[in-house]
Every structure is written in C-alpha cells, then in structure tokens.
Design a protein around this ligand. Structure first.
Ligand code: SF4
Length: 289
C-alpha cells in the first residue's frame, strides 16, 4: 500500500492547484480548478499547514490523494499545464479505487481484485488520451461488486448488522458491538462511537465527519480510508488498521470520559458506489502538506 500513500515531498502541489473547492465549513474561500491556492508557496508547500483547521481549511486536512500526486508529478516532462491537472484529477479518483482493490487483494484473498488493480495501473501509466477518457463511474460500478464479495467473505459468521446507507447522524452508539456490520454508505456524522467494537465493519463510502471514535477498535475495519479517518475524532486509545496513519489532529493521549463531544456539522448527501463520494473536487477530502 506504500505507493498509494500521499508523498507531498515528491509532488508539485497538484491538489492545491488542480482541484476546485467551494467556500463552506471546510474551506475559507472559493477556488476554481486550475488556479493556485493563495496559501501555496513558490516551493509548492502549504504556508498554513500547521494551522489548516483553525484557518478554516479543515477540508485540506482531511484530503488525501492516495499517492496520485507524486505519480502524476513524475510525468511532468511529458505532460504539462492544464493537461497535467486533468490527468491528476482522473488519477486521484482511480487511485482511490486502487487503494480499495489493493486492500481487497491483500494476502491473496481476491485474485479478481488483483487483476483489476493491475488493469487500472496499466491505464494510469498508459496513453494520456486514454487515461483522460477513462469512465471513472464505470470503474466504480465494476469495483463495487468485487469489494462486496470480499466484504461478505470477511464478515461471514460474525452475524453483523446490516446498516448500509443508514442515517446514523448523531446517534449514540457508545460501546456498541458492531463487529462484522456493514455501514456502507451510512451517514455517521457526529455519531458517538466511543469505545465501539468496529472490527470487520465495512465502512465503504461511509461519512464519518465528526464521528467520535475515541477508544473505538477499528483495527480490522474493512475499506476504511485515510480521508474518512481524518474527518473523524479519535485519541491514542483508538485502534486503527496498520495500513492507515493516525491523523495529526488527534490527541496523543486518552481522552477523559467527560471530554466534550466534537463540533457538530451539517448533514450531507448520501454516498454512492465504490469509494462512496467520488468526484474531482477537494471538498470533504483533505490533505496534510
Ligand atoms: S493544503 Fe489547502 S490551504 Fe494549503 S496550499 Fe493546499 S489547498 Fe491551499
């Protein structure tokens, strides 16, 4: 999974130029696609990286390019200008699917996922015109059933609840035993999941913004992504999959039981398809540069 991790040191700041974002709770300003963010330095570094959240750019702290930035930057000699940004926008979406397929294929548990990942890799590295013409939605539709089969196998025998696409916004699920459940496409905004058992829970496309994961066990969660984790709140007692990084805004200590719940946010639209909220913007995703 290493090559699917964002490496800003090897990227030309592509997400800060190529992607659009809209003024909202996640972004302090509007920015169209292709325009440099005003906070991007001449060295392609974020001038406010250490204070993104307090500066109104929470969306940037949540975003992750799944390694698309460094992969596309490496093509700079043959692709440039607006075309480079277009390549990044497509590659970023395909890299999210690559991440999910790579997780599905881990340990040789799904040759079908492995073959699809290899096909995606060839598309990304191949002819630029073919890459730009890629039908990302068709890829999502193709990847979804593969992930579903892997999820069913991984959760078999655990008798987990089917909560897919459920609206669990603000629900009190503290210490809930959800092992083996499917939360695909579920809305978990500001849900209280403190101390919950979330092992083998399928999180594909679930919205975890401001969900309280302090002390929860997600160590064997399925199809959980870095942006989902970045959007939630946790602490040092939160157990996460070894493929993901602990978000920088999480405290490095256990939270006292009486600690206040995280800030609540507005309800969002439902997720769709593999990867949930695909799209070529920066909204509701984030990055740490
Ligand atoms: S991380 Fe966000 S705020 Fe910082 S330069 Fe990039 S787009 Fe701008």
């Amino acid at each position: 999974m290493e090559r699917l991790r964002a490496d800003c040191e090897r990227c030309a700041g592509l997400c800060c130029v190529a992607l659009p974002f809209a003024r909202s709770a996640d972004f302090a300003v509007d920015k169209p696609a292709g325009k440099r963010c005003g906070n991007l330095t001449d060295e392609n570094r974020c001038a406010i990286h250490a204070r993104l959240r307090v500066s109104g750019f929470t969306g940037c702290s949540v975003f992750d390019c799944y390694g698309a930035g460094q992969r596309v930057t490496a093509r700079e000699e043959t692709v440039s200008g607006p075309q480079l940004f277009a390549v990044f926008r497509v590659t970023r979406q395909l890299h999210e699917l690559l991440w999910l397929l790579t997780e599905a294929a881990r340990g040789g548990r799904c040759p079908e996922a492995e073959a699809s990942a290899a096909e995606l890799d060839a598309l990304i590295d191949g002819d630029v015109a073919a890459l730009l013409a890629a039908d990302v939605e068709a890829w999502r539709a193709r990847v979804g059933p593969i992930l579903e089969r892997v999820s069913e196998r991984a959760r078999a025998g655990l008798d987990g609840r089917d909560l897919r696409r459920g609206d669990l916004t603000g629900k009190h699920l503290r210490k809930a035993r959800l092992r083996g459940a499917t939360l695909r496409g579920a809305l978990l905004l500001a849900a209280d999941l403190r101390g919950a058992d979330l092992r083998q829970v399928d999180f594909l496309g679930a919205d975890l913004r401001d969900a309280d994961l302090r002390g929860a066990d997600l160590s064997e969660a399925l199809f959980l992504t870095q942006p989902q984790l970045n959007a939630a709140h946790g602490d040092s007692a939160t157990r996460i999959p070894d493929t993901l990084a602990r978000p920088g805004h999480w405290p490095d200590h256990d939270s006292p039981p009486s600690a206040p719940a995280p800030v609540r946010r507005a309800k969002a639209p439902r997720a769709r398809g593999a990867g949930g909220r695909g799209g070529s913007g920066k909204g509701r995703r984030g990055r740490g540069r």
